[in-house]
Design a protein around this ligand. Structure first.
Ligand code: MN
Ligand code: MN
Length: 470
């Protein structure tokens, strides 16, 4: 009898004192499973419509306009409930819903990125070798190069022609379209290749996109296949070879977003880093039907995968100018606004992969179906390069998530000294804005086909909504 009582006390104390999170499916509210499915159908459409930053901006603007947003006019007075956006050169997008409080009391910002790793065409890409036509590529972002061979690819982008007019390219998405591919060596002849290290199994200069093989007409001479390809491009887009110089063409995986697993609990698709958080922020913002307490801002940034530099990256003054224009619309000080603002740097993290357990530290890893994942810090080798959110900021986010029944977890990328990563968080924090990282755990991050758990996708949206409406 005595012993049983003690055990009960221990059990009770464990419940009170231990931190022991459970699977998110055990913590869902009534009817939430259906909401997850509905949300993820919209997300899959977003993935299929936006495979490049330009396409994401176009699609997001269409959704925003349908939700009553209009372009911000510099100098205009802004009132609570006003919904405005600014298209930054077609590659990044800034949106805001004006709050009831002045911007001098700060904004709530969700910042995610819409660029993803891919194979960019070089500026002089097209050539013929042994009567096969290829385009040279220069990879964009951190990729394992061998993963981009022997998969169907689509060609997306824009060409600015000699006369200054531009034409949009999107080949390989319609079922009637042709697609493209990068080749790899047959195993029968791969004896030497098999001895190479991962980074050199396929070199960057071997990532050549196959584009055709049929010679032009019965024409004599060399480069007849290349001529055939240029003729098609000229007929379809009115372009000549020189126009490649002022083009941005990129090869991206042609596959569509699909459900993965017999239970359909996971989404498989290209570009989920970081369109999964971009969609969460955007959707949460577009659903603000009345003026929130504080002004809600959503940033869809470009160039995160290559350092957030450039005019459309998160380091660009474009963000400061947008915020400054918003502040001017209320005669508020930008300095005061930044000082009191809060930013969720919404970006993906690595999900624990039991097949590669050796790189993870299981007590501090993110797990599928355990919800949106907060990262107090990122970085590598002793938190180098991290924007370390303060205990106060983590505490505040914890409280808000708990109040709004958001299923969440907190984790690091992997084992200390195993590697590391970064996000846009440091660029927001450097502006004197309290910032924390949070987002969806991903398996096979940066691969042509990444996977995420539907529950975590939905919870990231729910988290963003909780912050916007708090
Ligand atoms: Mn990312
Ligand atoms: Mn990334």
């Amino acid at each position: 009898m005595e012993e049983k009582q003690e055990q009960t006390l221990a059990q009770q104390r464990k419940k009170e004192l231990f931190f022991s999170p459970t699977n998110g499916y055990d913590r869902l509210a009534e009817g939430e499973e259906e909401k997850i499915q509905t949300y993820c159908e919209g997300y899959k459409t977003f993935l299929n419509e936006g495979k490049t930053e330009r396409e994401c901006v176009d699609y997001a603007i269409a959704l925003a306009q349908a939700a009553g947003f209009r372009p911000l006019v510099r100098g205009e007075k802004l009132r609570p409930g006003d919904k405005v956006y600014r298209n930054n050169r077609g590659k990044s997008l800034l949106l805001a819903v004006i709050g009831r409080e002045s911007l001098a009391q700060g904004a709530v910002i969700g910042a995610a990125h819409i660029d993803s790793p891919r194979l960019d065409l070089k500026q002089n890409p097209l050539y013929e070798d042994k009567e096969l036509a290829y385009c040279k590529t220069h990879y964009y972002g951190g990729i394992k190069k061998y993963q981009w061979t022997t998969i169907p690819l689509a060609l997306h982008g824009v060409v600015v022609r000699r006369d200054g007019t531009s034409v949009t390219v999107r080949i390989g998405e319609d079922p009637s379209d042709p697609q493209f591919t990068v080749g790899d060596l047959l195993p029968h002849l791969a004896g030497d290749q098999a001895k190479k290290t991962m980074g050199s199994i396929v070199s960057a200069e071997q990532l050549n996109l196959f584009v055709g093989s049929r010679p032009f007409d019965k024409e004599e001479g060399s480069d007849r296949v290349k001529l055939g390809i240029l003729s098609i491009l000229h007929e379809k887009y009115g372009m000549v070879e020189e126009d490649f110089l002022s083009a941005e063409l990129m090869a991206v995986p042609a596959a569509k977003a699909v459900d993965i697993g017999l239970d359909r609990s996971v989404i498989g698709a290209y570009g989920q880093d970081d369109r999964v958080c971009s969609y969460a922020c955007l959707k949460a913002l577009l659903e603000l039907t009345e003026a929130p307490r504080r002004t809600a801002v959503c940033v869809l940034a470009d160039k995160e995968e290559i350092g957030s530099l450039g005019v459309t990256g998160m380091q660009s003054a474009a963000f400061d100018i947008f915020m400054s224009d918003l502040c001017d619309g209320q005669d508020a000080s930008l300095k005061a606004c930044y000082e009191t603002s809060f930013c969720l740097s919404a970006d993906v993290t690595a999900a624990y992969d039991p097949n590669f357990a050796e790189v993870y530290e299981a007590r501090n890893s993110a797990y599928f179906n355990y919800g949106v994942c907060i990262s107090k810090y990122t970085g590598a080798r002793g938190k180098s390069g991290a924007s370390d959110a303060s205990a106060e900021v983590v505490g505040k986010v914890r409280r808000i998530f708990a109040e709004h029944q958001v299923v969440w977890q907190l984790a690091e990328l992997g084992k200390t000294d195993q590697g590391g990563g970064g996000t846009v968080a440091c660029y927001m924090a450097n502006r004197n804005i309290d910032t924390i990282d949070a987002g969806v755990p991903v398996l096979s991050m940066h691969a042509p086909f990444e996977t995420t758990a539907k529950l975590d996708c939905y919870m990231t949206y729910k988290a963003m909504k909780a912050l916007y409406t708090d």
